[in-house]
Design a protein around this ligand. Structure first.
Ligand code: 5RP
Length: 233
């Protein structure tokens, strides 16, 4: 993914901040707030610190996010204590016009998918480099696998047409490993999401094609932030 000239890394950082700040306006009358993981979400957490009275507690999608929330003085609860969350805000690595996502480059995809699915409203905040016409032309698909079954799952993924690479020296918060899959045939993302999940040993994939976001805030080169609502296909 080559950044366009107007989206050099500092500009991309400013875009991430603007997208994250746009989502803060939705944190009103919220009891339980799910919080994703990643560099865009760091800006969201910074903003949350100033509006703590707008929600009761947060549920974190990773240990890293839980630590950041606590540092900001925000109460963190376990999903088992809260039930479904009212609002879940997270970043993404890629999205397409159907609002299907690839997530997990930060390694938190399993808890992220659970929180997205357990949320009444799912909101994604991204800079415009994450927008693609087709997920097939975007980024590698992370897949969380049980270490015991790593080689087996990798062979099954090769049979599906993908080229898995083990994320070296990395364990997820759940004690599992990540395979990053290149060249996965992604003409039908919902189908591929199900196919991956049906491999014994695959815990979860970073394809979010069933629970897609309700709103995506996209910030690019200009100062405006686009607010995209989920299309009704
Ligand atoms: C973590 C994720 C992140 O949301 C995704 O990687 C985007 O991160 P960033 O905001 O740093 O670009 O899925 O597992």
């Amino acid at each position: 993914m080559t950044p366009s000239p107007e989206e050099t890394p500092p500009a991309a950082d400013a875009s991430k901040r603007r997208a994250a700040e746009a989502a803060l306006a939705l944190v009103r009358d919220v009891r339980f707030l799910g919080v994703g993981t990643g560099s865009t979400i760091r800006y969201f957490i910074e903003g949350l610190a100033g509006i703590q009275t707008h929600f009761e507690a947060a549920v974190a999608s990773s240990e890293q996010t839980a630590a950041l929330l606590r540092q900001a003085g925000i109460r963190v609860l376990d999903l088992n204590e809260t039930g479904d969350v009212d609002l879940y805000v997270d970043g993404a690595d890629a999205f397409d016009p159907h609002f299907r996502l690839i997530k997990g480059h930060g390694g938190a995809l399993l808890r992220e998918k659970i929180l997205a699915t357990a949320s009444r409203k799912f909101v994604v905040v991204v800079d415009s480099r994450k927008r693609f016409d087709r997920l097939a032309d975007s980024v590698a698909v992370p897949v969380e696998v049980l270490p015991f079954a790593r080689s087996f799952t990798a062979r099954q993924i090769v049979r599906l047409g993908g080229a898995p690479a083990l994320r070296e020296h990395y364990l997820t918060d759940n004690g599992n490993q990540i395979l990053d899959i290149l060249h996965l045939p992604l003409n039908d993302p919902p189908r591929m999401e199900i196919q991956l999940k049906s491999i014994p040993g695959v815990i979860e994939s970073g394809i979010f094609a069933h629970r897609v976001p309700d709103i995506i805030f996209v910030a690019g080169g200009s100062s405006t932030v686009e607010s995209l609502e989920r299309p009704d296909f």
